[in-house]
Each structure stands twice: as C-alpha cells, then as structure tokens.
Ligand binder design. Structure first.
Ligand code: SF4
Ligand code: SF4
Length: 216
C-alpha cells in the first residue's frame, strides 16, 4: 500500500473506489442485523486473483474469501456514494474499513488473511444451497481452471485445453441457471453463492475462450 503524508481521514473515498473489503468473522453481526445482505457480496474462490490492499496488486487468494461487491464492471465498493464521496453504511461499515488508514497501513496489515469468513459462515446451517455450492465446486473446480490457464499461457494454441475450459464455462453457467430456475436462487445473490462466472474470470485475464474457438 502506498504510504500517504496525512494524519487523518479526509473521506476522499480513494480506498473505497479501489474495491470493497474482505469480510471477517467480526463482520457477521452486520449481516445478522440486516444492514448488508448476500446480494452485496461476491465470493472469491481459492486461487482466484483479487486486489490486495497491502501490496496494491492483484494476487491469488490462499483461501476462499467473501468480499463486498463492486458496481457493475467497476471495482468501486457498492456502498460508496460517488456523488457525495461517502459510505452509505458508514455506521455499520466493516472491520477492514474501520482499520484502513491510508497513511498508516499497519493496523489493516495486522488482520489481512486472518479470521476471514467463507460462504458457509454466512449461510444458515442445513440450507440446501450448500449442497449446490459443493456440487458446483466439484463440477467446476477452480484449481483446474488455473492449471489450464497456465498451460494456455505457455502455449497459445491448445485445442484440448480450450475445449476443456469451454466445457467448464458452460457447466458453470448451467449450474447457475439451474439454481435460479429450479431452486429459487435470487439472481442478485448468484455472485455470493457461486463466485464470479468463469467466463468473466477468464475475460478479466484477457482470455476469451469462445473467440479463440471461433464461436463468436
Ligand atoms: S483512508 Fe481512504 S477515505 Fe480516508 S483519506 Fe485515506 S484514501 Fe481517503
Ligand atoms: S463499506 Fe463503506 S467504508 Fe467500506 S469500502 Fe465500502 S464505501 Fe468504503
């Protein structure tokens, strides 16, 4: 993180525009009290790239994380009010937001990667959606995606790799569609339940599978 010559927060919103916070166990009460819902969250699956506020770079995550969503294709936290440069849930903001001081990253650094929550921590025990999440993890394992991407990066023309990635993308979309149509999952909660769709994850890495397969 860039160290700034400042002693207090001027609420400029620069940190909020770089991305929403990762949730820790200390944040669960904010959800229980209803200030924030699953529709405001996105899951980062283990191994996916995410913005690291300490290094200021995109880094593969060592464990599943749950973050506050951005706005559309923008990384800016969904609770950031750009017009007024303010946080719309300021009184109930998250642990990382409370500890983030752009002029002194030590407090934030001390909790990065510690006591972070997973989806299972934010879903009621016994909720059948956990079975669908486990099915999705088995059918579309993210570590396989990363291995395929590594081969693809080493050698651009790999029809079998492209075909496998395409199959995973289609399966990922099919499970999401099934959960929405058959199980009543709210579309707005899909990024929390399944993480970002694989095609979007790959596109953010500059990999357009359908274009490479000549399907677009
Ligand atoms: S902590 Fe965030 S909002 Fe406050 S001054 Fe620093 S960048 Fe701006
Ligand atoms: S929750 Fe509020 S303080 Fe935290 S990043 Fe979002 S807008 Fe900023």
């Amino acid at each position: 993180m860039e160290v700034i010559n400042r002693k207090t927060c001027i609420r400029c919103g620069t940190c909020c525009q770089k991305g929403g916070p990762v949730l820790h166990h200390q944040d669960k009460q904010i959800l229980l009290e209803g200030h924030v819902g699953h529709q405001h969250l996105v899951t980062i699956r283990k191994g996916e790239l995410a913005f690291d506020p300490v290094s200021g770079t995109l880094t593969p995550v060592a464990q599943e994380l749950v973050k506050v969503r951005g706005k559309g294709n923008d990384w800016s936290c969904c609770f950031f009010d750009r017009e007024n440069s303010s946080c719309t849930i300021y009184e109930h903001r998250f642990l990382e937001c409370r500890l983030l001081k752009c002029w002194d990253p030590s407090e934030l650094q001390s909790i990065i990667g510690k006591e972070t929550v997973t989806r299972a921590d934010l879903i009621n025990p016994g909720d059948p959606v956990m079975d669908v999440i486990e099915f999705h993890e088995r059918q579309c394992p993210y570590d396989e995606v990363e291995k395929l991407v590594a081969v693809l990066s080493a050698q651009n023309s790999q029809p079998q790799i492209l075909a496998r990635l395409h199959a995973l993308i289609r399966r990922d979309l099919a499970i999401r569609a099934y959960a929405i149509a058959e199980l009543g999952l709210k579309e707005e909660c899909e990024p929390f339940i399944f993480g970002r769709p694989l095609f979007k994850v790959l596109r953010s890495r500059g990999i357009e599978i359908e274009r490479r397969l000549g399907l677009l």
